[in-house]
Structure formats: structure tokens, C-alpha cells
Design a protein around this ligand. Structure first.
Ligand code: PEP
Length: 248
């Protein structure tokens, strides 16, 4: 079964309406013939301006988080309906920075994921182990828990994207080797087969994230189980286009 590659950027808390619009303007001609799906997940306040900047192109705009309630007394949060109003298609859920700094747990990841799916958004659910967990041989145990609890109750798991992001590789310049990333993503795929169904495992798109850049993307994307990338730092510059065009 062939899965369409998917390259997504994560701007985190970077860019302004002006610099973001400029970057998107320059990216448009460079990514227009991409053979993969392309998305930039941007800070919530930039969504209207970036949607405008990318209108009519193959660049989708995504969000970096979504709340599980439809509306209510949740100061500072954004609902799925608010995102949809601006044409948002994808939303990152459970990024390690949310888990580390903002108290995100597998339970809240699960609630956000179910709400996003109900609203017709495509969640990009992030999973991955800390350095000490990898070094103590606990990677698979951590992934088992994140997948079982974070994806609990999903009807059609192929409607989500999983981003495997080893925490030790995010923003550190230390990428997982092609073999490490392939081996762990193959494990995640096998686990999806066990938790859901073997066909789901074949169909679900799984990205690698963690210091992916123009230099290492080809090797990572050549791995049989790696279907794409979630790109932080390199999505803030024109290098993002080189990653999108990994196959050229
Ligand atoms: C990320 O933020 O999801 C990420 C992978 O960051 P970086 O590419 O900078 O490591």
C-alpha cells in the first residue's frame, strides 16, 4: 500500500505576520510541484494572515494545539471550530514541548485528538522518548503507553498522522540515524497494527521529527516506514523547500 509523503513545518513561537507572509511568498514557487502533502503549523495568531498568504497554493496551514472543549471558560485556549473557520486542516497535538512545559499528558492528548477528529481536523499526534528513557532501554515501553493512552477510543486511526519525535533530537542538531528512526517507526507501525488493525498499520502516515534538515532528509525519507517529517528549525527558512523536494 502506498502512503503519500507528508512534510509539515512547526514554527513553534516564531515569526510575525510580516516575516511569515514573506517566507510563504518565497516558498510558494519552490514547493508548488511537490509530490508530497505540505503544511506549515503556525502560532494561532498568525493563522489568518498565513491562510491568506498561502491561499490557492499547495501549502496547507496548520495549528500547534487545540482545546478539547467546543467553547467555554478556558482562558487562552483555541477551539477546533475557531481553527476550522480559517480553513485549518492539520493540528499538532502532544508536542514534547507541550508535554514538558505545559503539563500535557497522554490523557489530555487523547481528549484533544478525539475532539480534533470529531471536528474533521487531522491531528498530528507527537510521541517520543526522552534521552534517559532511550539509554535505559525504555523506548518501546514509553511509546506503548503514549500510543495506547493517547489514541484510546479512536474509530479510524488512519485519520491521524503520527509524528515520532525522539525528544533528544528536537532542536538539538542531534538527529536519530536513519536506522534508529526506521527501527522505531516500524515498531510504532506494528503497535498500531496490534492496537487497531493490520490494515490501519499499513495505511497510517508516520513522520519522523527531530533536527531533520535539507542535508539528512533524503536518507530518512528513503526508509520504508518513514512517510514524512515534522520540521521545526528548518521550517523557518527556505531550506523547508529542499525538504519538501526530498525526492528531486
Ligand atoms: C519539532 O519542533 O517538532 C522539531 C522536530 O524541531 P527541530 O526540527 O528543530 O528539531
Amino acid at each position: 500500500m502506498s502512503r503519500k509523503p507528508f512534510i509539515a513545518g512547526n514554527w513553534k513561537m516564531n515569526m510575525t505576520a510580516e516575516s511569515g507572509t514573506q517566507l510563504i511568498k518565497e516558498l510558494i514557487p519552490l514547493v508548488k510541484d511537490a509530490n508530497c502533502d505540505v503544511c506549515l503549523c503556525v502560532p494561532a495568531i498568525l493563522i489568518p494572515a498565513m491562510t491568506k498568504a498561502s491561499a490557492g497554493t499547495n501549502i496547507h496551514i496548520g495549528a500547534e494545539n487545540v482545546h478539547w472543549a467546543n467553547s467555554g471558560a478556558y482562558t487562552g485556549e483555541i477551539s477546533a471550530d475557531m481553527l476550522k473557520e480559517y480553513g485549518v486542516k492539520y493540528v499538532i497535538i502532544g508536542h514534547s514541548e507541550r508535554r514538558q512545559y505545559f503539563g500535557e499528558t497522554d490523557e489530555t492528548v487523547n481528549k484533544r485528538t478525539l475532539t480534533a477528529l470529531n471536528a474533521g481536523l487531522t491531528p498530528i499526534v507527537c510521541v517520543g522518548e526522552l534521552l534517559e528513557e532511550r539509554e535505559s532501554g525504555k523506548t518501546n515501553e514509553v511509546l506503548d503507553r503514549q500510543l495506547k493512552d493517547g489514541l484510546n477510543g479512536i474509530d479510524d486511526v488512519t485519520k491521524i498522522v503520527i509524528a515520532y519525535e525522539p525528544v533528544w533530537a528536537i532542536g538539538t542538531g542531534r538527529t536519530a540515524t536513519d536506522e534508529q528512526a526506521q527501527k522505531t517507526i516500524a515498531y510504532i507501525r506494528k503497535k498500531i497494527g496490534e492496537l487497531f488493525c493490520p490494515k490501519c498499520a499499513e495505511k497510517i502516515v508516520i513522520q519522523y521529527g527531530g533536527s531533520m534538515n535539507a542535508g539528512n532528509c533524503k536518507g530518512l525519507m528513503a526508509q520504508p516506514d518513514i512517510d514524512g517529517g515534522l520540521i521545526g528549525g528548518a521550517s523557518l527558512k527556505l531550506d523547508f523547500a529542499k525538504i519538501v523536494n526530498f525526492d528531486k
